[in-house]
Write a protein that binds this ligand. Structure first.
Ligand SMILES: C[S@@+](CC[C@H](N)C(=O)[O-])C[C@H]1O[C@@H](n2cnc3c(N)ncnc32)[C@H](O)[C@@H]1O
Length: 214
C-alpha cells in the first residue's frame, strides 16, 4: 500500500535510479505469472534496500521471506566480495522461479536459498549477520526478532517490512485480526527494547529500521 498521493509516488519513481533490466523483468513476470504480486518489494523499496546494503557493505545478510527473489537481488548488490545472503522461504513452488532469475545475475553465487519454515531454520544459524530483512508472515514478527537479535552483530541492522500494515495500525482493531495485532505488538516491542534504536519509515507499507546498539 502507498500512503502518498499517486502524483508524489510517480514523481519519486521518476527520480529514483531505475531497476536493472533483470529486476524489471522479474518484477513484470511476477505480476504476470505469480499469485499475490503485491508482496514483491518493487522499484522504490528495492532501490532503498540496495542503497542500505551499499551503505553498510555487509558480509552476511539474512532475509526472511524470499518470494520471487526480487529483494534478495537488491540486498545482495552491496555485499562485500566474500559476502553471502541467506534467504528463507517455506514456499517450494517459488524456488525454481526465483533461482531462474538469480542465475541470470552475477550475484547468483552470493545467494543461498533455504527452504522451510523460518522459525525452524533461524535457530540453526551460528553466524553473525550485519543486516537482516524480515519480510514473511506477520504473526511471527516478534518471534523472528527474538530469534535473530543475538545473531546480529553489535552495530548491525534489522529491517522489517509492512509495519504500517496498510494503515491498520492506526485503526480500531478487532481481537480476531491476529495479523494487525502481531504488527502492533512488534512495533511496541522493538520501540521499547533498549538493545536497539529504531526509525519507522513510512515508505511503501512501512519499514521498521533497527540498529543494534554497540
Ligand atoms: C512478502 S513476501 C516476500 C517478498 C520479498 N521479500 C520481496 O520483497 O520481493 C513473503 C514471503 O514469506 C514467505 N513466508 C511466509 N511465512 C513463512 C514462514 N513461516 N517461513 C518461511 N517463509 C514464509 C511466503 O511464502 C512469501 O514468499
Amino acid at each position: 500500500m502507498d500512503f502518498l498521493p499517486l502524483a508524489i509516488t510517480n514523481y519519486s519513481d521518476a527520480h529514483t535510479s531505475p531497476e536493472s533490466e533483470l529486476l524489471q523483468r522479474l518484477n513484470r513476470n511476477t505480476h504476470a505469472h505469480i499469485m499475490a504480486p503485491r508482496m514483491l518489494s518493487g522499484h522504490i523499496q528495492g532501490r532503498f534496500l540496495s542503497m542500505v546494503s551499499w551503505m553498510i557493505r555487509p558480509r552476511r545478510i539474512l532475509e526472511i521471506g524470499t518470494y520471487t527473489g526480487y529483494s534478495a537481488l537488491c540486498l545482495a548488490e552491496g555485499l562485500t566480495e566474500d559476502g553471502l545472503l541467506i534467504t528463507i522461504d517455506q514456499n517450494e513452488e517459488l524456488e525454481d522461479f526465483a533461482r531462474s532469475y538469480w542465475q541470470q545475475s552475477p550475484l547468483n553465487s552470493k545467494i543461498d536459498f533455504r527452504l522451510g519454515k523460518a522459525v525452524d531454520i533461524l535457530p540453526t544459524f551460528t553466524e553473525t549477520f550485519d543486516l537482516v530483512f524480515i519480510d514473511a508472515d506477520k504473526r511471527n514478527l516478534s518471534t523472528y526478532f527474538d530469534q535473530i537479535i543475538d545473531k546480529v552483530r553489535p552495530g548491525g541492522f534489522i529491517l522489517a517490512d509492512n509495519v504500517l500494515w496498510s494503515g491498520k495500525v492506526v485503526e480500531p482493531v478487532k481481537s480476531s485480526d491476529l495479523d494487525t495485532l502481531a504488527v502492533l505488538a512488534f512495533n511496541e516491542k522493538v520501540h521499547k527494547d533498549p538493545r536497539v534504536e529504531n526509525v519507522l519509515l513510512p515508505v511503501r507499507d512501512g519499514i521498521m529500521m533497527l540498529r543494534k546498539r554497540n
